[in-house]
Design a protein around this ligand. Structure first.
Ligand SMILES: C[C@H](O)[C@H](O)[C@H]1CNC2=NC(N)=NC(=O)C2=N1
Length: 98
């Protein structure tokens, strides 16, 4: 169930409650950039997210340049955005917020 592709409306509804995230490309993924004070904070965030992602068995597509972490989320198996992506995005926002 968690890996069922969400429709456009369900994604829009979820995004309304997700600070900073937007629909990417063809609507098959969501994305956000996180900017930190420095590299250490960016990497600490990535470490925390990596552990949560591994627990969820759901992994981000991301890159890091100095203090910026660019994240794209989708569910490869489903070929789109699912509840798992929304859950991981929420976690990232919580970790970013403190
Ligand atoms: C076997 C394992 O459950 C799958 O390969 C998982 C791993 N992590 C994953 N992460 C993401 N983002 N999408 C997936 O479809 C996915 N599949």
């Amino acid at each position: 169930m968690a890996r069922e592709k969400l429709g456009k409306e369900a994604i829009a509804e979820a995004l309304a409650g997700l600070d900073g995230w937007s629909l990417a490309g063809d609507g098959g993924s969501i994305r956000r950039s996180f900017v930190f004070k420095n590299f250490s904070e960016a990497f600490a965030f990535m470490t925390r997210v990596a552990l949560a992602a591994e627990k969820m068995d759901h992994h981000p597509d991301w890159s890091n340049v100095y203090k910026t972490v660019n994240v794209t989320l989708n569910t490869h198996d489903a070929g789109g955005v699912t509840a798992l992506d929304i859950e991981l995005a929420k976690k990232m926002n919580r970790y970013f917020g403190g």
